[in-house]
Ligand binder design. Structure first.
Ligand code: GTP
Ligand code: MG
Length: 425
């Protein structure tokens, strides 16, 4: 049990790759925003000063502030999205509940989930839902209430209901993972609409298959369609209800042997589907994407633990421990995969845009610098011309004065001569 309890993870979770990258890129945009604001201020001051910058130029740079703020807004809403698909009753909703450590989504026999349900974290401990096309927050306290709220709405199967659940209640929600639950792929004629509406921005897909049968054509078709619209989607295959395999045969030895055979068969088919049919993984990598689990047992165990009780009361089916570990192993691989994939698809775009804006601002500043340098050298030329002119005038003046002096001197001499001559006479 102490080992089971260790599943309360800490901040070494692979999801932190995404969380940290998001913080980092947000900080960078805060810096870029400051830098552009300063540039605008500087340009406005130059505009008033001798028209070095034109009004149009200042407006163009100012527009980048709005662009940066828009990117920051998108960034705030960026998350990691995982979507679950599979036939009705395979246990999609139960798998999500097990990952959330709580019964949040309605589950049950028969066709339970009627439309797309998205579970995401809410701040301030609030739990509520918002139906498509509405902005009204409908408070939900319990699963029963949620089921009721979902029934009373007339919902189309491709509609989306967003369920907001307190972030503090689950590490995955806190770390920006968003879960999408779907109705069974066997109950819809609208697979294309589903994909266009709900799948194009998903980082990871989970096929919840039933270990009691093999993967069905409807399930395969769905993923064939997905992989025509998305290049190399990340897909995990969960063979759920693996506990059922433990309750059939009467003799233990026979059970172990049969389980091994069934497992090998499912594994081979799943790997073949991912590698040879969909071509999304090599056969070796595909091996790492197939798991045999029991969502029902895991959910039960986790709810027991939440209440401070041991994970199981001893009355569980043979092999519970292994199935529980395999579920945890799936979660670990899933977290690594979704975190890396989301960083790449979501932040690569933002960082390209950030680089582009920084480059444009630099260009604008370079142009201004060039212009002022030109103005300066022009002024220097003017000064030089003036200087030359002055020199010339000065020389002229000097010559002139010298001439005058000489003239005056001669005149004076002449006058003196004349005066003394007159005196002598
Ligand atoms: P829809 O919403 O109708 O498409 O079904 P779903 O795929 O969401 O299945 P859901 O989670 O509602 O589970 C269907 C039934 O199977 C419920 O009664 C679950 O308790 C049960 N179930 C789910 N997972 C397991 C499992 O691992 N083992 C067993 N024995 N039962 C399970
Ligand atoms: Mg369901």
């Amino acid at each position: 049990d102490s080992q089971l309890r260790s599943d309360v993870r800490n901040d070494n979770s692979p999801l932190q790759i995404f969380v940290k990258a998001k913080k980092r890129i947000n900080d960078i945009f805060v810096d870029i925003e400051k830098y552009v604001e300063e540039t605008v201020e500087f340009m406005t001051s130059l505009q008033n000063d001798r028209n070095i910058v034109t009004v149009e130029e200042a407006i163009k740079v100012k527009a980048y502030i709005d662009k940066i703020r828009a990117i920051k807004d998108v960034l705030k809403r960026d998350h990691m999205k995982v979507a679950f698909f599979g036939r009705t009753s395979n246990g999609k909703s139960t798998v999500i509940n097990a990952m959330l450590h709580d019964k949040i989504l309605p589950s049950g026999i028969g066709h339970t989930t009627n439309c797309f349900l998205q579970v995401e974290g809410s701040d301030n401990g609030e739990s509520y839902l918002i139906t498509e096309g509405s902005t009204e927050k409908q408070p939900v306290q319990s699963v029963g209430q949620l089921g009721h709220a979902l029934c009373k709405e007339k919902l189309c199967e491709s509609h989306l209901v967003r369920i907001f659940w307190p972030k503090e209640k689950c590490l995955l929600l806190r770390d920006d993972v968003v879960f999408v639950d779907s109705p069974g792929v066997d109950v819809t004629p609208n697979l294309d609409e589903w994909i266009d509406k709900h799948c194009l921005d998903a980082d990871v897909f989970v096929l919840v298959a039933n270990a009691e049968s093999t993967i069905m054509v409807t399930e395969k078709n769905f993923f064939h369609k997905v992989s025509t619209k998305l290049s190399k989607p990340n897909i995990f295959i969960l063979n759920n209800r693996w506990d059922a395999s433990a309750s059939e045969p009467e003799y233990f030895d026979q059970l172990v042997k049969e389980q091994k055979e069934v497992r090998a068969q499912h594994q081979e088919r799943a790997v073949d589907f991912l590698s040879r049919e969909l071509k999304v993984y090599s056969p070796k990598d595909a091996e790492e994407r197939v798991f045999f689990i029991s969502a029902k047992e895991t959910l039960q165990a986790r709810m027991q633990e939440q209440r401070g009780q041991p994970a199981h009361n001893g009355a569980l089916a043979e092999g519970f421990q292994n199935r529980y570990f395999e579920f945890q192993d799936f979660e670990k691989k899933f977290e690594e995969c979704i975190s890396k994939s989301a960083v790449k698809t979501k932040f690569e775009q933002h960082s390209q845009r950030g680089k582009h804006i920084a480059m444009k601002i630099r260009q604008a500043l370079d142009e201004i610098l060039e212009r002022t340098q030109k103005m300066r050298s022009e002024q220097l030329n003017i000064k030089k011309e003036l200087h030359d002119k002055l020199n010339f005038t000065e020389q002229q003046l000097m010559l002139l004065t010298q001439e005058m002096k000489d003239k005056i001197h001669h005149m004076v001499e002449d006058v003196e001569q004349k005066v003394s001559k007159a005196l002598n006479e």
